[in-house]
Design a protein around this ligand. Structure first.
Ligand SMILES: CC(C)(COP(=O)(O)OP(=O)(O)OC[C@H]1O[C@@H](n2cnc3c(N)ncnc32)[C@H](O)[C@@H]1OP(=O)(O)O)[C@@H](O)C(=O)NCCC(=O)NCCS
Length: 383
């Protein structure tokens, strides 16, 4: 009897204390805290520290972590050259993040040191560098001077500052922190699994994180929020939602921002980010995009139930991600790279967890090919 499980659905591939996804209850715990405790309150650095050390940092530890982040935020000249070459070809930002992640080993003076302390150093270096990679490339491509990082601002504000060169509105920084915290870790998602597989071969954390960026890029994983926002803009007003969404489903298209491999009820991250986006748009004094998105969501859920009965397709994290990231001023091309800026915290923590109790991840396959072939020399082959 075949043990093949397409997509490894439901297969338990690791034990983790980092995050717990309950797809039937619609719950997410990160480092033991319900998402709703962390999302409005915590910062990226606090939750990354929580995952690495299994407790929240004290104020002194947080300040020290920010200072260490600052020490990792200078880009080597070789990386700037790479970005300049990529900009000349208008390479997508997420591809530059993937290439940039691989270059970060250039700054590692002790590449053969496999101690836990060095893995922590690398984890911090990767987390600190990701926002710099995105912001520096955007500015190089736009022909603008690089903005000096200031890690003391906090991860989200520093990221927005490096992108825009402007002072950052604290409400924007808070909304982006909420986003980072919400997506920092999420069980055995495809990119995290990729990172753990690479780490399990006793490869290195730069390779693991580089592979994870590649896995994140696809629309089935981290590439959905841009198209989700495009759909909302295309619909334009609530009365167009029904015809537009029905048309998409009639054509067999998937609605971006809906459906999930694990969540069969509403993704709790959608709630955390819906709340953050409601605050953001209310504060800006124009709730129209938020109201439109709410109405598109309601229509989409009704039509998904009609066209895909029994599949239990609900709103996922990406739908309100689009609203939050648009609200803080990011263009759609930065949605997936910004997801990587948040998720790299989880990837590094999983890499360290994998190493603590490592066993090579090497599943089996079911052979469905032939076994009756005999070698034919090339000159005797007819087709
Ligand atoms: C996330 C996702 C890849 C999970 O997929 P999965 O667990 O492999 O689910 P399946 O591909 O088995 O889909 C089951 C059924 O629901 C349908 N379905 C799943 N998501 C759908 C969506 N967003 N819109 C329309 N139909 C969808 C599939 O077409 C399939 O229908 P069928 O049974 O008639 O063939 C999928 O829901 C999807 O593509 N969503 C849109 C992209 C997205 O938002 N990605 C971000 C995820 S956080």
């Amino acid at each position: 009897m075949s043990g093949y499980i397409p997509g490894l659905e439901g297969v338990v591939a690791a034990q983790t204390r980092l995050s717990h996804v309950d797809g039937e209850a619609g719950e997410l715990f990160i480092g033991g805290y319900p998402l709703m405790e962390l999302a409005p309150n915590a910062t990226f650095e606090e939750v990354a520290y929580l995952l690495w050390h299994d407790r929240l940092p004290t104020a002194a530890e947080l300040a020290a972590l920010r200072a260490r982040f600052g020490s990792h935020q200078e880009l080597p000249g070789a990386v700037v050259d790479l970005m300049t070459a990529a900009a000349a070809r208008n390479t997508p930002v997420i591809d530059v993040v993937r290439m940039g992640a691989a270059t970060l080993s250039l700054q590692d003076a002790e590449p053969l040191d496999e101690s836990l302390e060095r893995q922590m150093w690398r984890s911090e270096a990767l987390c600190a560098a990701f926002p710099v990679l995105v912001a520096a490339y955007c500015r190089i491509r736009a022909g603008e001077p690089l903005v000096t990082p200031d890690a003391a601002l906090g991860h989200a504000a520093n990221y927005l500052h490096m992108l825009t060169g402007q002072d950052v509105d604290p409400d924007f920084a808070r909304a982006l922190e909420t986003y980072f915290v919400t997506v920092l870790d999420h069980g055995m998602n495809a990119s995290t699994f990729t990172a753990r597989v690479i780490m399990s071969t006793n490869s290195d954390i730069y390779s693991a994180v580089t592979g994870a960026v590649g896995a994140l890029k696809g629309p089935a994983h981290g590439g959905a929020p841009g198209p989700a926002l495009d759909m909302v803009f295309e619909i334009g007003s609530p009365e167009n939602a029904e015809a537009n969404i029905r048309g998409r489903l009639e054509r067999g298209e998937r609605l971006m921002g809906f459906g999930h491999r694990v969540y069969k009820v509403r993704d709790p991250r959608a709630d955390a980010l819906a709340l953050a986006s409601e605050r953001l748009y209310a504060r800006a004094g124009d709730r129209s995009l938020y109201e439109l998105a709410r109405s598109v969501e309601t229509t989409a859920l009704r039509l998904l139930a009609e066209y895909k009965p029994g599949r239990r397709l609900q709103t996922n994290v990406e739908f309100y991600t689009a609203l939050v990231l648009h609200g803080v001023g990011l263009p759609t091309e930065l949605f997936t790279p910004t997801f990587a800026v948040g998720r790299v915290g989880g990837w590094t923590a999983h890499c360290i967890e994998q190493l603590r109790n490592n066993r090579l991840i090497r599943p089996a396959s079911e052979y469905v090919g032939r076994v009756d072939r005999a070698w034919v020399p090339v000159e005797d082959r007819t087709d």
